[in-house]
Structure formats: C-alpha cells, structure tokens
Write a protein that binds this ligand. Structure first.
Ligand code: CA
Length: 225
C-alpha cells in the first residue's frame, strides 16, 4: 500500500486530497508547512509527495530543491496555479515529476498519482524491454514497433505516445497527461497536436486501437481482436 505525503497549507484542499486518496486505498500524511514537509519527505517513509508551491516557512520550489540536493528521487507532483506557466516550468526544471494545475478534479490527480507510482516501481533493471498489447508490440530498447510480427515505422513522437498508451492500456489518459509525457512542458495547452498524433497511430495500429472518451481523453484498448 503506497504512502503519500501531502504538503499543502490550505486545509480545504489537503483534506479533499487526503479523503480521495484514502478512499482509493492509499495511506496519507498531511503537513501544512514547507520545512516540515521537507523533513517528512526525507524520512524515507513515503512513496510519493504532493507538494504545494505557496507554503509557510519554505516554498515548494525550495522543498523540491532541498529534496533533490539530498539525493531523494521520490516522485513529486507539484500543485501549481492554473494560470502560472512560470510555476509549471520552474517546478519541472526543479525536478518535479509532474504538476497539477489548481483547481482540479480529483480523478485527474489520482490518474497522475497512479502513473507516477507505477513508473517509480519500474526501475530500469526490472523494467521489461518490451510492451505488448494484443498484436501490437514495442521494443523499448531498439525503439521498433510491430503489428502481428510485421515491422512498422513510427516517428520518435509516435513511439513515445504509443508507449505511454500501451503501458496504460485500458485506462483513460487526458490530453494534458499525454502532452506532458510526450511533448514535455514546451507546448501550447490549446494545441491539437495530441489529436493529430492519435490519428497517426490509429492509421498505423487500426482505428479501433484507440477510443475517444468524450470530455476525458483517449483510451488504448487492451482487448483487441
Ligand atoms: Ca498554499
């Protein structure tokens, strides 16, 4: 059972997050102060940190910086203001693994928590070199893709997008998640680049491989004929 540290001084927000995570089976601890958050994060008692930026005594950027300086590679999801691109960029450059613009729906945060915890469990030595869903196969070492044993040409972006989709087969991924994983933070959130690339993958993998989930995003279908 994963243990999650919530560093957030707004009680309304931290209790909303804690309640949701507990309902999903996670163990949570909440602290409302930056310096205390850093102490907790460095105890080794947690699997993931959800970190606010504006905090008493030490802000989120400083907490993150100190954590990384201390050698901690704990996954960190930073809570940023929706309108602050600067915060988002600084957080990612400062070693955050992901960010969540406020206000957010709990489901969005939960999807990120799950993804980050899964990635943290896939250390390079134990991680499979291949991903296979139905007839589609990706060789993560050679970056080659095949469908039913037949090799397929994918661009670097297409490969990365296919990888994220297939590692999360059956789950809905939002455009925002796909953007941040495949294109990094250097993108225009209003761009339709994800939709365009999903179109490319459908053409190569078959139109039924990826479903559009209205208002939510896309899902790579686990069970294929
Ligand atoms: Ca705050």
């Amino acid at each position: 059972m994963a243990r999650i540290l919530i560093v957030e001084d707004e009680e309304r927000i931290s209790s909303f997050i804690a309640k949701g995570l507990k309902a999903d089976g996670y163990v949570t601890s909440t602290v409302a102060d930056g310096a205390q958050g850093l102490d907790y994060a460095l105890t080794g008692d947690f699997d993931l940190v959800i970190l606010d930026i504006n905090l008493p005594s030490m802000n989120g950027f400083e907490v993150l910086e100190q954590m990384r300086a201390s050698g901690s590679d704990l996954p960190v999801i930073v809570l940023t203001a929706r309108d602050s691109v600067t915060d988002t960029v600084s957080a990612l450059e400062g070693g955050a693994d992901d960010y969540m613009p406020k206000p957010f729906r709990f489901a969005e945060l939960l999807a990120r928590v799950r993804l980050r915890l899964r990635q943290a469990n896939e250390s390079p030595s134990t991680r499979d070199d291949e991903v296979e869903v139905g007839r589609i196969r990706l060789d993560l070492r050679t970056r080659q893709a095949s469908v039913g044993g037949k090799e397929l040409d994918l661009s670097a972006r297409e490969f990365k997008l296919a990888e994220i989709f297939m590692l999360n087969a059956g789950q809905v991924l939002s455009r925002e998640q796909l953007l941040s994983h495949v294109w990094g933070y250097d993108f225009d959130p209003g761009s339709n680049v994800v939709d365009v690339y999903v179109g490319y993958l459908r053409r190569k993998f078959g139109s039924e491989s990826i479903s559009t989930v209205r208002g939510m995003g896309y899902r790579f279908n686990a069970a294929r004929p």
